[in-house]
Design a protein around this ligand. Structure first.
Ligand code: M6R
Length: 606
């Protein structure tokens, strides 16, 4: 949450900073602000709400200067407001922050006794004033002292008034990189903020500080000794991080799914068999573990839920799926012999990271399935498999889910093959079918207009609904329901089709419709019976099933058939239809599709 940009170089700083914030706005959009060194000193401009409000203000009073910092906020301490927006500035310093200063009340009291007053309700203002209080003419030594006193998590970007050509930064538990330009340098939450200028960067580790000038980047450890870093290079380009003619990033990303899946699975199939040698995954990872535990949040967790069905049914290994935010507080029973798989698009989700660290501490093997190269989860796990979705900008995950599920298939096949649960010939057959899924997704994309019409009429006037399914359809129901609720603000719940009658069916009525996923032919009659049960309670139903099946007309009001694939692969084309259902409803309601209220793309606080 919160996006950070710092710039020093030869370009107009406010232009570079605003461009950076535009690309980081997905990290939070409660307010935005900027500080630039002008002729007479530091000038700060802040605005409540979307970045456009700040842009509006800056167009009236443009800032002149070549060095500055900027921030886009997802509120933690203090409501979204002008005064709570970052940067927080004094005469001596200006500071932006992603994270939480946990001991801010204690520090605030100490500073108040020293004569400081506070305007905002934020923990960040305390950090700014602490630096002001400790400042002794040496920015790095001051920062070092402040960090010793601050408890919590942070990525800071800081300007010191006495050093008008440089930006300082520090990191603990929240991401911060230093991006490398020609006669210009940057500090950033992630590289998407500066792709127009560079793809090269260094990743800061916890406890490290950075100082950038136009010609130099110096990274220091806690003892203020310079540390050398390996240069990383982003494989994303500017175009990928732009809308490219689509009305929304979400729509663009829905359409990118065949390519994203193809890019993710192709390099991992050799001679018709799954092969993770390119990811340096030893085959012992598949043979040695006694059980698998997926840990993740939100959509990534639902990808793990599909993974659980696949691995259990194909490889016969016990698998559980844990909510990352619960995992570490439940004293989980894990240890050597367990494989903990953390799934994360961003690779920075605080709860998933904490779960990973706990799993390592307890001696489990750890594997990360991550989209963002060089992210913290990717760096800290014992093994990493990167998904190749490219940058996902819309807050609602679409292509990231698809590529995560793609990896779930390959993992299930590898476990099955390595443990002798499936023969090589069977595995080749499965892999062949997986390779056809990108084109099945392409077919599902052609159903966009049908789903738009259904979305408008089926969800007309609806405030609450259910998604139901059995087996893989149940796993997918969670994702369909989450997608709908997060971008349309309709209340929606996912239930196992057979479970509805044990309570929730009392909510079903003519104004509470049901989306029934029934793509698993082996259990189709069972699911259809459950659909009839809700029809008998006057619910309107949208039934989604495979082509060529016969279903009583009285079971549904709307029927959608998915492209032809084996039952095992049905979740991927089906999820596209559910994404369209949610997307078109959100558009119809006039919701902000790419930036739903209260949310942020990368959740780096607990
Ligand atoms: O970056 P991560 O995959 O770790 O994020 C986890 C969740 O916050 C994320 O999947 C969230 O649920 C989606 N944006 C919902 O569409």
């Amino acid at each position: 949450m919160c996006g950070i940009v710092g710039y020093t170089g030869f370009r107009p700083a406010s232009e570079v900073l605003l461009e950076g914030l535009r690309n980081l706005e997905y990290r939070g959009y409660d307010s935005a602000g900027v500080t630039v060194f002008e002729e007479g000193g530091m000038t700060t401009v802040k605005a409540l709400g979307r970045l456009s409000s700040l842009e509006e203000k800056l167009s009236q009073t443009p800032l002149q200067g070549h060095c500055g910092i900027a921030h886009t906020r997802w509120a933690t301490h203090g409501i979204p407001s002008d005064v709570n927006a970052h940067p927080h500035s004094t005469q001596k310093v200006s500071l932006i922050h992603n994270g939480i200063v946990e001991n801010y009340l204690e520090l605030k009291t100490m500073l108040q006794k020293a004569g400081y007053t506070f305007q905002s309700q934020t923990d960040t203002e305390v950090a700014a004033k602490l630096l002001d209080y400790l400042y002794d003419g040496n920015p790095l030594a001051t920062l070092q002292k402040a960090l010793e006193m601050i408890e919590g998590s942070y990525a800071f970007g800081i300007l010191f008034a006495d050093f008008p050509d440089r930006v300082f930064g520090a990191k603990k538990d929240n991401p911060l990189i230093a991006a490398i330009g020609q006669h210009e340098n940057f500090i950033l939450s992630d590289i998407s903020a500066a792709l127009r200028y560079t793809k090269d960067f260094y990743v800061l580790g916890d406890g490290e500080m950075v100082e950038i000038t136009p010609e130099q980047i110096t990274i220091y450890n806690r003892e203020l000794q310079p540390v050398s870093k390996e240069k990383q290079t982003a494989h994303w380009n500017v175009e990928q991080a732009q809308k490219g003619g689509y009305a929304h990033f979400m729509l663009k990303e829905i359409y990118e799914q065949p390519t994203a899946l193809q890019n993710t699975i192709h390099p991992r199939i050799k001679n018709g068999l799954p092969n993770f040698a390119g990811d340096n995954i030893p085959s012992s990872l598949f043979t040695h573990c006694n059980r698998v535990i997926f840990v993740a949040c939100g959509t990534a967790m639902y990808a793990g839920t599909v993974g659980r069905y696949l691995i259990e049914s194909i490889a016969r290994i016990p698998v559980s799926v844990e909510i990352a935010s619960e995992f570490r507080y439940n004293n989980p029973i894990i240890g050597p012999g367990d494989l903990v798989i953390v799934i994360s698009q961003s690779g920075e989700t605080a709860d998933s990271l904490a779960a990973l660290r706990l799993a390592k501490e307890k001696g489990a093997d750890t594997l990360a399935v991550v989209n963002v190269i060089g992210s913290t989860i990717a760096r800290e796990a014992d093994h990493v498999i990167y998904t190749y979705a490219g940058p996902e900008i819309a807050v609602a995950s679409t292509k990231a889910y698809t590529v995560q599920v793609g990896i779930m298939y390959l993992l299930a096949f590898s476990f099955g093959l390595c443990r002798g649960q499936i023969e090589e010939a069977q595995c080749i057959e499965l892999t062949k079918k997986l390779l056809q899924v990108p084109s099945a997704i392409g077919e599902a994309l052609k159903q966009s207009q049908q789903m738009e019409e259904i979305s408008k009429s089926f969800l007309q006037g609806v405030e609450s609904l259910f998604f139901i399914g059995r087996g893989l359809d149940f796993a997918l129901a969670y994702e369909g329901s989450l997608k709908l609720k997060e971008i349309t603000y309709l209340h929606s719940e996912a239930y196992a089709a057979g479970e509805l009658k044990h309570g929730p069916i009392s909510l079903v009525s003519d104004s509470v419709p049901v989306v029934a996923l029934a793509t698993q032919n082996a259990i189709l009659p069972k699911t259809v019976s459950n659909v009839k049960e809700v029809k008998a309670r006057n619910a309107r139903t949208l039934l989604i099933c495979k082509p060529g099946v016969t279903i009583d007309h009285d079971a549904y009001d709307y029927l959608v058939t998915i492209p032809q694939v084996d039952d095992l692969f049905a979740p991927l084309p089906t999820v596209v239809l559910l994404q369209f259902l949610a997307y078109y409803k959100a558009v119809d309601k006039g919701c902000d599709v790419d930036k739903p209220r209260n949310l942020a793309k990368s959740v780096t606080v607990e």
